[in-house]
Design a protein around this ligand. Structure first.
Ligand SMILES: [Zn+2]
Length: 256
């Protein structure tokens, strides 16, 4: 009887330790919620999380036009940091990319990065450089910038970008983008540029927006920004974000 009790006490203590250990591990996870967070053990570093959600419809609103590539002069604000000068290496998870109607996700990524140097002051200053594939399916602060496909917490989250930066120098330390692999994805360019009526989310359209955070731009949610690449919501069949508006370019040029 006594022995049994002792075993019971040990079992309870073990269960408690295991539980609190799991809780502690969970605490170090970065919330999948827009915001700025501390980085455990790295007091000089902060991490900013950008969650790209599916556009909700408020009272009386109708679906935004997703096909026409309207321009916008609304200047996008800085998120508060910049990329270092020189080469910015990145890794891409192509193996876990969904079927993109013939699209190769590495090529799509290269195209998406290119938008941010065409006609902006990043051209000749920061070179985005593809290094190799990665098999990582989520974010990890390891000084390796990745674009990947993986699970996210919410079904209406299209993609999440994590930017680690030095809180004193305001220079980026690392960027990771996770695309929600559970959604229906496509790539409009297989039909020709600007083609309408694709089903699901266009990979280049969404990724070009995410990479805007890599270069230091913020999200905007007001209607003045609805045609900007950096509009904070995404929509199915939307393709207009795969090229920048004048306001997105002006935002970059204010930072660099
Ligand atoms: Zn965003």
């Amino acid at each position: 009887m006594k022995k049994k009790l002792l075993i019971g006490v040990f079992a309870a203590a073990f269960a408690f330790l295991a539980f609190s250990g799991a809780a502690m591990a969970k605490k170090q996870d970065i919330p999948e919620k827009n915001g700025v967070y501390d980085v455990p053990g790295k007091p000089d570093m902060k991490v900013r999380v950008f969650v790209h959600k599916v556009k909700p419809f408020f009272n009386g609103e109708t679906a935004l036009p997703v096909c026409n590539d309207y321009d916008s002069t609304s200047v996008v604000k800085s998120a508060g940091w910049k990329l270092p000068k020189g080469t910015w290496d990145y890794y891409v998870n192509t193996a876990d990319a969904p079927d993109l109607n013939g699209g190769n996700f590495k090529d799509i990524t290269v195209d998406s990065f290119a938008q941010w140097t065409i006609g902006t002051d990043l051209s000749g200053r920061t070179d985005f450089h593809y290094v190799a594939p990665t098999d990582q399916t989520t974010y990890k602060q390891d000084f390796k910038n990745i674009v990947t496909w993986g699970p996210v917490s919410n079904s209406n989250t299209i993609a999440v970008t994590y930017t680690w930066y030095n809180r004193r120098t305001k220079v980026v330390v690392e960027n990771d983008t996770v695309m929600n692999a559970a959604l229906n994805w496509s790539w409009a360019d297989y039909l020709g540029k600007g083609v309408c009526g694709i089903t699901g989310f266009d990979a280049q359209n969404i990724l070009t927006h995410e990479l805007g955070h890599w270069v230091g731009l913020n999200d905007h949610y007001t209607s003045a920004y609805q045609h900007n690449t950096m509009f904070g919501y995404g929509s199915p069949a939307e393709v207009k974000k795969d090229t920048l508006t004048a306001g997105d370019i002006a935002g970059v040029n204010k930072i660099y």
